[in-house]
Design a protein around this ligand. Sequence first.
Ligand SMILES: [Cu+2]
Length: 294
Amino acid sequence: MNRREFLASVGSAAVLRAADPPDIILRISPIELEIAPKTIIKTVGYNGSAPGPVLRVPEGKPVTAEIHNDTSSPELVHWHGLMIPSEVDGSAEEGTPMVPAHGSRRYTFTPRPSGTRWYHSHTRAGRDLKRATYSGQYGFFYIEPKSDPAPFDAEVFLALHGWDPYFSSMGEDSGLEVAYKHHFINSHALGHGEPIRVKQGQRVMFRILNASATLKHSIGLGGHKFNVVALDGNPVPEPREMEAIDLGPAERVDALASSQIRQRIGRIHRFRKPPLFGSRVHGHVGTPPLELPQ
Ligand SMILES: [Cu+2]
């Protein structure tokens, strides 16, 4: 047993204080997001934001994540799509210990396989639409491959989510559905983010996550095509060009914007599919959490 494994297995506060600094620190706390002028969302997020930070780690190198829970409910961070032991995977039913309310805990694991993974709360919402995957507790967990198969010039992470959920009875069966007042790419409501600006000829890798608790989403680049290179973080045998990409909850797609981009991507169109409303919503995409090359 090495030092890290020992610390992970002991996990007491006294030992944690003496430990090496963690590779990843996530703080779960109540946050307020101004997703559009005068539209404030109150939720719970990671490190003061939603989505949480893009975590980038190399494949196969052990990392220690230290999770601080500033809320009054026990929490759990699930590392979605990673092949790691169940004691650290982040699901209580599989044996991962919870992060106690107003407490902290460390988890050590070796990230693999490479690709676009993500992390999110693994608590249950039940009928409380403020909790769990309805909250702002989600973010990208990108595991860098040892060699990148597809060259690109810029990389854009887009996380889709819905805010202010409410129960709604839509169909004839009077079943309860969850509907949302606001839709959201990264940290802005549709129509309130900055466009993604790219230079002529740049190859842009989009890493897209549907972080909605319940809804399927579709996304397209008006007038341009996506070349899909990976699904759920795993490379596809043959990349394929698509006008629009459908993502179910928790799904991820990695796609290169095709070489047809000549000026800038001014608009990203995103629309909801039936059965909810069947209507289309168009808007500018939020600023991604990184700087594009000048
Ligand atoms: Cu998950």
